[in-house]
Design a protein around this ligand. Sequence first.
Ligand SMILES: *[C@@H]1O[C@H](CO)[C@@H](O)[C@H](O)[C@H]1NC(C)=O
Ligand SMILES: *[C@@H]1O[C@H](CO)[C@@H](O)[C@H](O)[C@H]1NC(C)=O
Ligand SMILES: *[C@@H]1O[C@H](CO)[C@@H](O)[C@H](O)[C@H]1NC(C)=O
Ligand SMILES: *[C@@H]1O[C@H](CO)[C@@H](O)[C@H](O)[C@H]1NC(C)=O
Ligand SMILES: *[C@@H]1O[C@H](CO)[C@@H](O)[C@H](O)[C@H]1NC(C)=O
Length: 312
Amino acid sequence: MPESTLVAIAMLLLIAAIAESKSTIEPCANSDSCNALVGYTLYADLKVSEVAALFQIDPIALLTANSIDISYADVENHILPSQLFVKIPIICSCVDGIRKSVSTRYKTRPSDTLGSIADSVYGGLVSGDQIREANGNLVTDPSVLDVGMSLVVPLPCTCFNSSDNFLPAVYLSYVVREMDSLAGIAARYYTTVTDLMNVNAMGSVAVKEGDIISVPLPACASNFPRYASDFALLVPNGSYAITASHCVQCSCGPGNLNLYCTPASLAVSCSSMQCKNSNLMLGNVTAQPSSAGCNVTTCSYGGFVNGTILTT
Ligand SMILES: *[C@@H]1O[C@H](CO)[C@@H](O)[C@H](O)[C@H]1NC(C)=O
Ligand SMILES: *[C@@H]1O[C@H](CO)[C@@H](O)[C@H](O)[C@H]1NC(C)=O
Ligand SMILES: *[C@@H]1O[C@H](CO)[C@@H](O)[C@H](O)[C@H]1NC(C)=O
Ligand SMILES: *[C@@H]1O[C@H](CO)[C@@H](O)[C@H](O)[C@H]1NC(C)=O
Ligand SMILES: *[C@@H]1O[C@H](CO)[C@@H](O)[C@H](O)[C@H]1NC(C)=O
Protein backbone atom coordinates (compact mmCIF):
# COMPACT_ATOMS: atom_id res chain seq x y z
CA MET A 1 0.00 0.00 0.00
CA PRO A 2 1.35 3.44 -0.82
CA GLU A 3 2.39 5.48 2.16
CA SER A 4 -0.18 8.18 1.42
CA THR A 5 -2.98 5.60 1.73
CA LEU A 6 -1.64 4.44 5.08
CA VAL A 7 -1.53 8.01 6.28
CA ALA A 8 -5.08 8.56 5.07
CA ILE A 9 -6.27 5.41 6.90
CA ALA A 10 -4.45 6.48 10.06
CA MET A 11 -6.10 9.89 9.83
CA LEU A 12 -9.53 8.32 9.40
CA LEU A 13 -9.00 6.05 12.41
CA LEU A 14 -7.90 9.05 14.43
CA ILE A 15 -10.97 11.03 13.42
CA ALA A 16 -13.20 8.06 14.28
CA ALA A 17 -11.54 7.78 17.68
CA ILE A 18 -11.99 11.49 18.32
CA ALA A 19 -15.62 11.47 17.25
CA GLU A 20 -16.55 8.58 19.50
CA SER A 21 -17.53 9.40 23.07
CA LYS A 22 -15.77 7.51 25.79
CA SER A 23 -17.43 5.89 28.71
CA THR A 24 -15.99 3.91 31.58
CA ILE A 25 -16.58 0.17 31.41
CA GLU A 26 -16.33 -2.02 34.48
CA PRO A 27 -16.11 -5.76 33.84
CA CYS A 28 -17.93 -7.91 36.40
CA ALA A 29 -18.23 -11.61 37.10
CA ASN A 30 -21.16 -12.46 39.30
CA SER A 31 -24.79 -11.48 39.56
CA ASP A 32 -24.34 -9.07 42.46
CA SER A 33 -25.50 -5.47 42.15
CA CYS A 34 -24.92 -2.16 43.90
CA ASN A 35 -26.53 1.22 44.31
CA ALA A 36 -25.27 3.83 41.86
CA LEU A 37 -26.27 7.23 40.53
CA VAL A 38 -26.61 8.72 37.07
CA GLY A 39 -26.36 12.46 36.54
CA TYR A 40 -29.32 13.66 34.49
CA THR A 41 -30.16 17.05 33.00
CA LEU A 42 -33.90 17.61 32.51
CA TYR A 43 -34.91 18.13 28.85
CA ALA A 44 -38.14 19.94 29.81
CA ASP A 45 -40.01 21.19 32.86
CA LEU A 46 -41.08 17.95 34.55
CA LYS A 47 -42.88 17.02 37.74
CA VAL A 48 -40.93 15.08 40.34
CA SER A 49 -43.21 12.11 39.64
CA GLU A 50 -42.54 12.36 35.88
CA VAL A 51 -38.76 12.29 36.31
CA ALA A 52 -39.16 9.32 38.67
CA ALA A 53 -41.38 7.56 36.11
CA LEU A 54 -38.81 8.11 33.36
CA PHE A 55 -36.35 5.98 35.37
CA GLN A 56 -38.98 3.83 37.18
CA ILE A 57 -37.77 4.86 40.62
CA ASP A 58 -39.51 5.90 43.83
CA PRO A 59 -40.13 9.70 43.74
CA ILE A 60 -39.07 9.85 47.40
CA ALA A 61 -35.70 8.28 46.52
CA LEU A 62 -35.22 10.89 43.78
CA LEU A 63 -35.89 13.70 46.25
CA THR A 64 -33.68 12.36 49.04
CA ALA A 65 -30.78 11.63 46.67
CA ASN A 66 -30.85 15.33 45.79
CA SER A 67 -31.35 16.52 49.39
CA ILE A 68 -34.73 18.00 48.56
CA ASP A 69 -37.06 18.33 51.55
CA ILE A 70 -39.85 15.77 51.27
CA SER A 71 -42.08 17.22 53.97
CA TYR A 72 -43.78 19.74 51.64
CA ALA A 73 -47.38 19.01 50.78
CA ASP A 74 -47.80 17.45 47.33
CA VAL A 75 -44.05 17.32 46.78
CA GLU A 76 -44.39 14.70 44.02
CA ASN A 77 -46.23 17.21 41.83
CA HIS A 78 -43.59 19.86 42.36
CA ILE A 79 -42.21 21.01 38.98
CA LEU A 80 -38.48 20.75 38.36
CA PRO A 81 -37.22 23.23 35.73
CA SER A 82 -35.79 22.29 32.34
CA GLN A 83 -31.96 21.98 32.39
CA LEU A 84 -31.89 21.22 36.13
CA PHE A 85 -29.18 18.67 36.95
CA VAL A 86 -30.27 15.86 39.28
CA LYS A 87 -28.77 12.62 40.54
CA ILE A 88 -30.92 9.57 39.81
CA PRO A 89 -30.48 6.58 42.13
CA ILE A 90 -30.39 3.32 40.16
CA ILE A 91 -29.48 -0.32 40.73
CA CYS A 92 -26.27 -1.23 38.93
CA SER A 93 -26.26 -4.86 37.79
CA CYS A 94 -23.88 -7.16 35.97
CA VAL A 95 -25.10 -7.99 32.45
CA ASP A 96 -23.02 -10.08 30.04
CA GLY A 97 -19.90 -9.37 32.04
CA ILE A 98 -20.30 -5.58 32.14
CA ARG A 99 -21.76 -3.26 34.76
CA LYS A 100 -24.94 -1.58 33.59
CA SER A 101 -28.40 -0.69 34.75
CA VAL A 102 -31.20 -2.36 32.81
CA SER A 103 -34.24 -1.62 34.94
CA THR A 104 -35.31 1.47 32.99
CA ARG A 105 -37.96 1.17 30.29
CA TYR A 106 -39.31 3.87 28.02
CA LYS A 107 -42.71 3.88 26.31
CA THR A 108 -42.38 5.41 22.85
CA ARG A 109 -44.46 8.42 21.86
CA PRO A 110 -45.31 9.85 18.42
CA SER A 111 -42.31 11.36 16.59
CA ASP A 112 -39.73 9.72 18.88
CA THR A 113 -36.56 8.46 17.25
CA LEU A 114 -33.84 6.36 18.89
CA GLY A 115 -31.63 9.45 18.67
CA SER A 116 -34.14 11.76 20.32
CA ILE A 117 -34.83 9.28 23.13
CA ALA A 118 -31.09 8.86 23.74
CA ASP A 119 -29.88 12.44 23.38
CA SER A 120 -32.86 14.46 24.51
CA VAL A 121 -35.09 12.43 26.82
CA TYR A 122 -32.19 10.59 28.55
CA GLY A 123 -29.70 13.44 28.21
CA GLY A 124 -26.91 11.52 26.45
CA LEU A 125 -26.68 8.81 29.12
CA VAL A 126 -27.23 6.25 26.36
CA SER A 127 -26.83 6.21 22.56
CA GLY A 128 -29.44 5.27 19.97
CA ASP A 129 -27.32 2.25 18.98
CA GLN A 130 -27.16 1.03 22.57
CA ILE A 131 -30.95 1.23 22.88
CA ARG A 132 -31.31 -0.71 19.61
CA GLU A 133 -28.86 -3.42 20.74
CA ALA A 134 -30.52 -3.76 24.14
CA ASN A 135 -33.90 -4.46 22.52
CA GLY A 136 -32.90 -7.29 20.20
CA ASN A 137 -35.36 -7.74 17.37
CA LEU A 138 -37.88 -5.26 18.72
CA VAL A 139 -36.50 -2.37 16.68
CA THR A 140 -36.46 -3.61 13.10
CA ASP A 141 -36.37 -0.21 11.41
CA PRO A 142 -34.69 2.39 13.63
CA SER A 143 -36.11 5.23 11.52
CA VAL A 144 -39.71 4.31 12.35
CA LEU A 145 -40.63 3.49 15.94
CA ASP A 146 -44.10 2.22 16.70
CA VAL A 147 -45.91 4.31 19.28
CA GLY A 148 -46.30 2.64 22.69
CA MET A 149 -43.35 0.25 22.43
CA SER A 150 -41.68 -0.51 25.75
CA LEU A 151 -37.94 -0.16 25.17
CA VAL A 152 -35.20 -1.13 27.61
CA VAL A 153 -32.92 1.87 28.12
CA PRO A 154 -29.53 0.60 29.31
CA LEU A 155 -27.76 3.12 31.55
CA PRO A 156 -24.06 3.34 32.35
CA CYS A 157 -23.00 2.62 35.92
CA THR A 158 -20.10 1.31 37.95
CA CYS A 159 -19.76 -0.26 41.41
CA PHE A 160 -15.99 -0.69 41.90
CA ASN A 161 -16.72 -2.58 45.11
CA SER A 162 -18.58 0.48 46.49
CA SER A 163 -15.25 1.88 47.61
CA ASP A 164 -12.64 4.39 46.50
CA ASN A 165 -9.17 4.40 48.05
CA PHE A 166 -10.54 1.87 50.58
CA LEU A 167 -13.29 4.25 51.76
CA PRO A 168 -17.02 3.76 51.11
CA ALA A 169 -18.16 5.40 47.88
CA VAL A 170 -21.13 5.53 45.53
CA TYR A 171 -20.36 6.06 41.84
CA LEU A 172 -22.06 8.75 39.76
CA SER A 173 -22.11 8.35 35.95
CA TYR A 174 -21.55 11.87 34.73
CA VAL A 175 -22.11 13.04 31.14
CA VAL A 176 -19.42 15.61 30.34
CA ARG A 177 -20.81 18.96 29.21
CA GLU A 178 -19.23 21.41 26.79
CA MET A 179 -17.86 23.73 29.48
CA ASP A 180 -16.47 20.96 31.73
CA SER A 181 -12.85 20.26 32.58
CA LEU A 182 -11.65 17.30 34.64
CA ALA A 183 -10.38 19.69 37.32
CA GLY A 184 -13.79 21.38 37.47
CA ILE A 185 -15.59 18.05 37.86
CA ALA A 186 -13.12 16.95 40.56
CA ALA A 187 -13.65 20.18 42.52
CA ARG A 188 -17.41 19.99 42.22
CA TYR A 189 -17.51 16.49 43.72
CA TYR A 190 -14.78 16.93 46.38
CA THR A 191 -12.37 14.56 44.68
CA THR A 192 -9.06 14.96 42.82
CA VAL A 193 -8.03 14.87 39.17
CA THR A 194 -5.68 11.97 39.99
CA ASP A 195 -8.50 9.97 41.53
CA LEU A 196 -10.78 10.56 38.54
CA MET A 197 -7.99 9.54 36.16
CA ASN A 198 -7.34 6.34 38.14
CA VAL A 199 -10.99 5.39 38.42
CA ASN A 200 -11.61 5.98 34.72
CA ALA A 201 -8.25 4.61 33.53
CA MET A 202 -7.56 7.85 31.67
CA GLY A 203 -4.21 8.58 30.04
CA SER A 204 -4.72 12.34 29.98
CA VAL A 205 -6.90 14.97 31.58
CA ALA A 206 -8.71 15.63 28.31
CA VAL A 207 -12.47 15.14 28.41
CA LYS A 208 -15.01 16.16 25.84
CA GLU A 209 -18.71 16.76 25.59
CA GLY A 210 -20.62 13.49 25.67
CA ASP A 211 -17.98 11.39 27.42
CA ILE A 212 -19.35 9.55 30.44
CA ILE A 213 -17.06 9.35 33.43
CA SER A 214 -17.48 7.65 36.79
CA VAL A 215 -17.20 10.00 39.74
CA PRO A 216 -16.72 8.45 43.20
CA LEU A 217 -18.85 10.20 45.84
CA PRO A 218 -17.71 9.63 49.43
CA ALA A 219 -20.50 7.93 51.35
CA CYS A 220 -21.59 6.84 54.81
CA ALA A 221 -21.70 3.07 55.18
CA SER A 222 -24.10 1.14 57.41
CA ASN A 223 -23.35 -2.01 59.35
CA PHE A 224 -26.78 -3.62 59.38
CA PRO A 225 -26.91 -7.43 59.55
CA ARG A 226 -27.00 -9.34 56.27
CA TYR A 227 -30.61 -10.43 56.90
CA ALA A 228 -31.85 -6.82 57.15
CA SER A 229 -33.79 -5.67 54.09
CA ASP A 230 -31.66 -2.51 53.93
CA PHE A 231 -28.38 -4.39 54.37
CA ALA A 232 -25.40 -2.47 52.90
CA LEU A 233 -27.28 0.84 52.79
CA LEU A 234 -24.82 3.45 51.53
CA VAL A 235 -25.70 7.15 51.59
CA PRO A 236 -23.59 9.66 49.60
CA ASN A 237 -22.17 12.69 51.43
CA GLY A 238 -24.62 15.58 51.52
CA SER A 239 -27.75 13.51 50.92
CA TYR A 240 -30.11 11.28 52.83
CA ALA A 241 -32.15 8.13 52.32
CA ILE A 242 -35.51 6.94 53.60
CA THR A 243 -35.62 3.33 54.69
CA ALA A 244 -37.65 0.90 56.83
CA SER A 245 -40.93 1.38 54.90
CA HIS A 246 -40.54 5.17 54.93
CA CYS A 247 -40.17 5.18 58.74
CA VAL A 248 -36.47 5.99 59.14
CA GLN A 249 -34.38 8.74 57.60
CA CYS A 250 -30.60 8.29 57.39
CA SER A 251 -28.37 11.19 56.43
CA CYS A 252 -24.71 11.57 55.58
CA GLY A 253 -22.43 14.57 56.15
CA PRO A 254 -21.53 17.32 55.78
CA GLY A 255 -19.29 17.32 58.87
CA ASN A 256 -18.37 13.65 59.06
CA LEU A 257 -19.12 10.41 57.25
CA ASN A 258 -21.00 8.65 60.05
CA LEU A 259 -24.48 7.57 59.02
CA TYR A 260 -27.05 9.34 61.22
CA CYS A 261 -30.59 7.97 61.39
CA THR A 262 -33.71 9.48 62.96
CA PRO A 263 -37.46 8.87 62.68
CA ALA A 264 -38.59 10.11 59.23
CA SER A 265 -40.87 13.09 58.94
CA LEU A 266 -43.34 11.06 56.88
CA ALA A 267 -43.47 8.26 59.42
CA VAL A 268 -47.05 7.01 59.47
CA SER A 269 -47.58 3.62 61.07
CA CYS A 270 -44.18 2.47 62.19
CA SER A 271 -42.94 -0.04 64.73
CA SER A 272 -41.31 1.35 67.86
CA MET A 273 -38.28 3.56 67.41
CA GLN A 274 -37.39 3.63 71.07
CA CYS A 275 -34.25 1.87 72.25
CA LYS A 276 -34.75 -1.05 74.64
CA ASN A 277 -34.41 -0.36 78.38
CA SER A 278 -34.16 3.39 77.90
CA ASN A 279 -36.32 6.37 77.09
CA LEU A 280 -34.14 7.33 74.15
CA MET A 281 -35.56 7.53 70.62
CA LEU A 282 -33.68 6.73 67.41
CA GLY A 283 -31.04 9.39 66.85
CA ASN A 284 -30.94 10.59 70.49
CA VAL A 285 -27.50 11.09 72.00
CA THR A 286 -26.94 11.84 75.68
CA ALA A 287 -23.69 12.64 77.41
CA GLN A 288 -23.24 12.42 81.18
CA PRO A 289 -20.12 13.01 83.20
CA SER A 290 -18.96 9.76 84.81
CA SER A 291 -16.02 8.49 86.78
CA ALA A 292 -14.37 7.32 83.55
CA GLY A 293 -14.79 10.69 81.84
CA CYS A 294 -17.86 11.10 79.73
CA ASN A 295 -20.58 8.47 79.41
CA VAL A 296 -22.17 8.87 75.98
CA THR A 297 -25.30 6.89 75.23
CA THR A 298 -26.73 6.82 71.72
CA CYS A 299 -29.80 5.21 70.31
CA SER A 300 -28.88 4.13 66.77
CA TYR A 301 -30.69 2.47 63.93
CA GLY A 302 -29.65 -1.12 63.26
CA GLY A 303 -31.57 -2.10 60.12
CA PHE A 304 -35.06 -3.22 59.10
CA VAL A 305 -35.86 -6.87 59.75
CA ASN A 306 -39.26 -8.47 59.14
CA GLY A 307 -41.07 -5.16 59.61
CA THR A 308 -39.20 -4.40 62.81
CA ILE A 309 -36.92 -1.42 63.30
CA LEU A 310 -33.77 -2.65 65.05
CA THR A 311 -32.17 -0.26 67.52
CA THR A 312 -28.91 -0.43 69.40
C1 LIG B 1 -14.12 -4.38 48.75
O1 LIG B 1 -14.33 -3.48 49.83
C2 LIG B 1 -14.24 -4.07 51.11
C3 LIG B 1 -14.56 -3.00 52.15
O2 LIG B 1 -15.47 -2.06 51.68
C4 LIG B 1 -12.84 -4.63 51.31
O3 LIG B 1 -12.79 -5.28 52.57
C5 LIG B 1 -12.53 -5.63 50.20
O4 LIG B 1 -11.18 -6.04 50.32
C6 LIG B 1 -12.71 -4.98 48.85
N1 LIG B 1 -12.53 -5.98 47.81
C7 LIG B 1 -11.81 -5.72 46.73
C8 LIG B 1 -11.72 -6.81 45.74
O5 LIG B 1 -11.26 -4.64 46.53
C1 LIG C 1 -19.00 16.35 52.24
O1 LIG C 1 -19.70 17.44 51.69
C2 LIG C 1 -19.40 18.69 52.27
C3 LIG C 1 -20.27 19.75 51.60
O2 LIG C 1 -21.59 19.37 51.64
C4 LIG C 1 -17.94 19.00 52.09
O3 LIG C 1 -17.62 20.22 52.72
C5 LIG C 1 -17.09 17.88 52.66
O4 LIG C 1 -15.73 18.11 52.38
C6 LIG C 1 -17.51 16.55 52.06
N1 LIG C 1 -16.77 15.47 52.68
C7 LIG C 1 -16.00 14.63 51.98
C8 LIG C 1 -15.29 13.58 52.76
O5 LIG C 1 -15.91 14.69 50.77
C1 LIG D 1 -35.00 12.27 70.76
O1 LIG D 1 -35.42 12.05 69.41
C2 LIG D 1 -36.72 12.50 69.11
C3 LIG D 1 -37.06 12.07 67.71
O2 LIG D 1 -36.11 12.51 66.78
C4 LIG D 1 -36.77 14.02 69.28
O3 LIG D 1 -38.10 14.49 69.03
C5 LIG D 1 -36.35 14.37 70.70
O4 LIG D 1 -36.28 15.78 70.82
C6 LIG D 1 -35.01 13.77 71.05
N1 LIG D 1 -34.72 13.97 72.46
C7 LIG D 1 -33.52 14.30 72.89
C8 LIG D 1 -33.35 14.43 74.40
O5 LIG D 1 -32.57 14.49 72.16
C1 LIG E 1 -23.77 5.12 81.19
O1 LIG E 1 -25.15 5.53 81.16
C2 LIG E 1 -26.08 4.50 80.94
C3 LIG E 1 -27.49 5.10 80.82
O2 LIG E 1 -27.51 6.44 81.12
C4 LIG E 1 -26.01 3.51 82.07
O3 LIG E 1 -26.92 2.42 81.83
C5 LIG E 1 -24.58 2.95 82.15
O4 LIG E 1 -24.48 2.09 83.28
C6 LIG E 1 -23.58 4.11 82.30
N1 LIG E 1 -22.23 3.55 82.23
C7 LIG E 1 -21.23 3.97 83.01
C8 LIG E 1 -19.90 3.30 82.83
O5 LIG E 1 -21.42 4.85 83.83
C1 LIG F 1 -38.71 -13.27 59.41
O1 LIG F 1 -39.98 -13.90 59.51
C2 LIG F 1 -40.03 -15.20 58.93
C3 LIG F 1 -41.45 -15.70 59.00
O2 LIG F 1 -42.17 -15.08 60.01
C4 LIG F 1 -39.06 -16.12 59.65
O3 LIG F 1 -39.06 -17.39 59.05
C5 LIG F 1 -37.65 -15.53 59.56
O4 LIG F 1 -36.76 -16.32 60.33
C6 LIG F 1 -37.65 -14.11 60.12
N1 LIG F 1 -36.31 -13.56 59.86
C7 LIG F 1 -35.61 -12.97 60.84
C8 LIG F 1 -34.25 -12.49 60.45
O5 LIG F 1 -36.03 -12.79 61.95
